[in-house]
Ligand binder design. Structure first.
Ligand SMILES: CC(C)(COP(=O)(O)OP(=O)(O)OC[C@H]1O[C@@H](n2cnc3c(N)ncnc32)[C@H](O)[C@@H]1OP(=O)(O)O)[C@@H](O)C(=O)NCCC(=O)NCCS
Length: 312
């Protein structure tokens, strides 16, 4: 009952925050999930606390801590910030017995609509940092013209012969992104990346594209067309969703327009596939990708907050 009232108030609040957010649904508690509730005056808060663990050989392990405690949040009433504060205190009590102090492979994470800014101060006070963003670009969005592309850049489909190039660029990308809190480079990352890239390259028409300068491969972009993006469909109010998985340009070739040329090519492929929006994940503190994507017409839709280790 408490959850239904909070869910209704939360949905009414969120409907005014961002037209690209899907309508939130009441929580469904499965298996070991725990429903936490809190109140602050007339404000109510509900949180669905879940925990997932991935092995070091799971492809997902690259993007996260191995153990992730996650809280989905719904806030209703006049003071959502106070509601979130009370809920985070409840969650901390819950995590106390579950998370080992100082374990960097155990993170507490929550996603909030980027424009639902109430409670930001409270998240910071509870030790969370904004580490990632799911950014969105509606299909019709105009981007400012980027830097002039170096003459001689050509973009082509990747072939199985590009495995070495794609591996080198992906490793460079992951090592760079690992500085910003979520991507985690562990022993064995080469095998995980190779498996995923081979899976892409062996497809009849891989959505992996290579940028070459006079025959030298310098950059790549990996895409998921709307028939492969069901896994992220609950994040956006759109029916045909493109997802831009990775974009990387060799360090020596950066700031020369290669990334902009690859992004323009990707947007053309998504337009041809009838995507209404394109989503991508980016690290907030990445000084290259954050301004790059916003100049390409993206803007934040969801902000991922993380405390890692979950317990200090
Ligand atoms: C992010 C990345 C792919 C961009 O590729 P890139 O080839 O460097 O990008 P471009 O040269 O096309 O665009 C960047 C430059 O153009 C400038 N620029 C971008 N839009 C512009 C515009 N509209 N007008 C003028 N200049 C513009 C940027 O300021 C930047 O120049 P600067 O480095 O002097 O500040 C690349 O830096 C990279 O691989 N970074 C490391 C990995 C990474 O972060 N990948 C993204 C993960 S999500």
């Amino acid at each position: 009952m408490h959850n239904d009232v909070t869910a209704t108030g939360h949905a009414a609040r969120i409907a005014t925050v961002d037209a690209l957010l899907p309508a939130p649904l009441p929580f469904r508690v499965h298996g070991d999930d725990i429903l936490l509730t809190a109140e602050a005056g007339e404000t109510t808060a509900a949180g669905l606390a879940t925990c997932t663990e991935v092995g070091p050989d799971s492809p997902q392990s690259i993007w996260r801590a191995r153990v992730e405690h996650r809280l989905e949040v719904q806030l209703a009433g006049p003071d959502p910030a106070a509601g979130l504060d009370a809920l985070l205190t409840r969650w901390d009590e819950h995590l106390h017995s579950l998370a080992q102090v100082g374990d960097a492979e155990c993170a507490a994470v929550l996603s909030r609509p980027s424009r639902d800014t109430a409670g930001t101060t409270e998240l910071l006070r509870h030790g969370f940092a904004p580490v990632g963003v799911i950014a969105v670009r509606p299909a019709a969005r105009m981007a400012a013209p980027g830097p002039a592309t170096t003459p001689g850049v050509c973009i082509r489909h990747a072939t199985p012969d590009d495995l070495g190039t794609a591996m080198r660029l992906m490793l460079e990308l992951q090592r760079y992104d690992a500085q910003f809190g979520k991507v985690t480079v562990r022993p064995g990352i080469e095998e995980l990346l190779e498996k995923e890239l081979l899976r892409q390259l062996e497809r009849p028409e891989p959505q992996l594209w290579i940028a070459e300068l006079y025959g030298r491969p310098l950059g790549m972009v990996l895409l998921q067309l709307p028939d492969e993006t069901g896994w992220i469909g609950h994040r956006v109010a759109a029916s045909r969703i493109g997802y831009l998985s990775s974009l990387a340009v060799s360090e020596a070739a950066r700031s020369a327009g290669v990334g902009s040329a690859l992004a323009a090519h990707a947007h053309q492929v998504f337009d041809e596939a009838g995507a209404d929006v394109v989503l991508l994940h980016t690290a907030v503190a990445n000084p290259r990708s954050t301004p790059f994507w916003y100049a390409q017409g993206y803007r934040p839709l969801w902000t991922g907050w993380q405390r890692r280790p979950a317990a200090r």
